[in-house]
Design a protein around this ligand. Structure first.
Ligand code: 4NP
Length: 161
């Protein structure tokens, strides 16, 4: 897979807290490795309450604390076409996976998997929804997302043996 373009869509419930952070952090890690041109990276929500809005200000602040700008993102809802256009759809928790699989009513070929599991940073490990908590939940999400982003890039671009 190392010379191909991979397309990765991060999903969560609202597309304002975790998945925008994942999009920004993963893009930043890809950039550090010079891999940005070989990836199509996006994020979406399984729910549609915040469509058109920027990320939650706490996600924007957490990303900024780590030198990452996610201000220009805009919330969108997961669409049927995503299951045809993306190789990988990575969810933050199990309910994201269940919701996305049931929305894939045209049986598009995208692999729909738990982010941490694909990354090898935790079997069945969910990235908890920080929406109703304090800033520490966002920092925790950032840390888990950063580790999982590194693991995902290692896996997608592992040297061919
Ligand atoms: P996210 O967090 O799924 O990480 O974007 C949430 C954001 C908003 C809501 C739920 C979760 N909400 O119910 O509005």
């Amino acid at each position: 897979m190392s010379n191909c373009i991979s397309s990765v869509l991060f999903i969560c419930l609202g597309n304002i807290c975790r998945s925008p952070l994942a999009e920004g952090v993963f893009r930043n890690e890809a950039k550090k490795r010079g891999l940005e041109d070989r990836l199509i990276i996006d994020s979406a929500g399984t729910g549609g309450w915040h469509v058109g809005n920027p990320p939650d200000r706490r996600s924007i602040q957490t990303a900024a604390n780590h030198g990452i700008d996610i201000n220009d993102q805009s919330c969108r809802r997961l669409a049927t076409s995503d299951f045809h256009q993306f190789n990988l759809i990575l969810g933050m928790d199990h309910s994201n996976i269940i919701d996305a699989r049931s929305a894939n009513d045209e049986s598009g070929p995208a692999q729909i998997l738990l982010f941490t599991q694909f990354a090898g940073t935790g079997e069945n490990l969910e990235i908890p929804d920080p929406y109703y908590g304090g800033p520490e939940g966002f920092e925790n999400a950032y840390r888990m997302i950063k580790l999982a982003s590194i693991g995902t890039l290692d896996r997608l671009f592992a040297p061919q043996g």
